[in-house]
Design a protein. Sequence first.
Length: 229
Amino acid sequence: MRKVRDYYFKKAKKEKYPARSIYKLEEVQQKYHFLHPGDSILDLGCHPGSWSLYASEVAGKKGIVVGVDLQETTGSARPEGAEIYWLCQDIMAPELITSVRKFRPAFKVLISDLAPKTTGNRWADHQQSLQLVRRTLALAEILLYDHGQYICKIFQGEDFPEFVQEVKDRFETVKVIKPKSSRTESREVFVLGMGYRKPKVMSKPVEQMQLSNSDAGMVSESIEEKPKS
């Protein structure tokens, strides 16, 4: 398994992506084609930028990507890619909605590779992961266009089926995906929702959620760090 991780780690360096996580998104895209040219894409937990870069390449010149992370992220889009705008902000902060709407009133796609800092306690790690993904889903309710697309990373655990059902309640088609570039023993999977059904009446306002990313221990993967899945 170490050879598999090293393969993607080296491949990312060779292809000038800041992290190997790009190949997880690429694999989902190649199978389900949920990203399209011209898309407006919001990337939550974007640091160090691999997902945003890949999304930019798919969206092309007529698209736009807005990446959000607590860690400052820099980097330019590839020559034929969509413009990328980086925001150094907390996804739990109410003002985030206003900030991203300065670029687009809504987005066609919301992507998120957010993960909590692992503690070694599987239950605690799962619960922290749930807090993050439920936040991204709440933001999707506000910031996605009708029929939009959504993907997030989550650590599996006892409440995982409940979260999948929450996504099914909001999207026409839902897939649970374990990319080949993830470690076999890793509990991470990706939940893809396609065809957002925007409700006429919103549920609990996002602004009422008080948890901050620092409380949940959000981390991002960089090319210099030990590869993670």
